[in-house]
Design a protein around this ligand. Structure first.
Ligand code: KIV
Length: 274
């Protein structure tokens, strides 16, 4: 049965007090697994850069990267709501550029919504995209595309001045028409206050237990990411170890002539009968 989640479903989940579950995905097979298990929301994040492409940050990720990976995820997501990140500088140069790039992610990529990082300063751009009929998800707090300006991957909104800026960012994005708001790395009391002040759902990552939903980078929660693990990541599996064990066994089997055996081979050709 096709039960595709839409912007209305997300709003209703908030109203009914049902937590929205969200994860990132970047390819067809993993998106298919997430969709089949019943995740509500799949983000084709520009975390693609670090999780899959081996970059140091999200900044080198291009529109072509996002379109290609969004296409694969959207094909797999029969039910989940699909959101694609607009990459660095794809919406900051002009409104025309932002509209053209958002439209590509829908028309070529097949996403249902696009996500933009930023607050008050991008509200007019958000409004233009929404007015063109494209659902937009906001993203405030730690916004990785601005990591160089923020001076690193740090918790945001810890003092009254920065907390108040995040509250007005949230309000102006809601007024601009966003359908959901990602809150990344903010104190949990601030996330609670913002969540309670909005009619659209908040999706937290490092934002505590009071958001309307929760998102993690799939590769972090599965234990596929090497190196630093942020405090807010709960690791649910150790897939790196599972892959190492499997590949180690394969190497050993091949070298010890235990694979392939006849079981995995095609029968000998029949000799011609006279
Ligand atoms: O790119 C991404 O994966 C994100 C999440 C961290 C929300 O923006």
């Amino acid at each position: 049965m096709n039960d595709k989640i839409t912007v209305s479903t997300l709003k209703k989940l908030k109203k009914d007090g049902i937590k929205i579950t969200a994860l990132t995905a970047y390819d067809y097979p993993t998106a298919k697994i997430l969709d089949e298990i019943g995740i509500h929301f799949i983000l084709v994040g520009d975390s693609l850069g670090m999780a899959v492409l081996g970059y140091e940050s999200t900044i080198p990720v291009t529109m072509d990267d996002m379109v290609r990976h969004t296409k694969a995820v959207a094909k797999a997501a029969k039910n989940a709501f699909v959101v694609a990140d607009m990459p660095f500088m794809s919406y900051n140069i002009s409104k025309e550029d932002a509209l053209k790039n958002a439209a590509r992610l829908l028309a070529e990529g097949g996403t249902q919504a696009v996500k933009l990082e930023g607050g008050v300063e991008i509200a007019e751009t958000v409004k233009a995209i929404v007015n063109a009929g494209i659902p937009v998800v906001g993203h405030i707090g730690l916004t990785p595309q601005s990591v160089n300006q923020l001076g690193g991957y740090k918790v945001q909104g810890k003092d009254d001045k920065t907390a108040s800026k995040l509250k007005s960012d949230a309000k102006s994005l809601e007024d601009a028409g966003i359908c959901a708001l990602v809150l990344e790395c903010v104190p949990m009391d601030l996330a609670k206050e913002i969540t309670e002040s909005l009619s659209i759902p908040t999706i937290g990552i490092g934002a505590g237990p009071y958001c309307d939903g929760q998102i993690l980078v799939l590769h972090d929660m599965l234990g596929l990411t090497q190196g630093h693990k942020p405090k807010f990541v709960k690791q649910y599996a150790n897939i790196s170890q599972i892959i190492k064990d499997a590949v180690g066994n394969y190497i050993s089997d091949v070298q010890n002539r235990l694979f392939p055996t006849e079981e995995y081979s095609f029968a000998n050709r029949k000799s011609d009968e006279k």
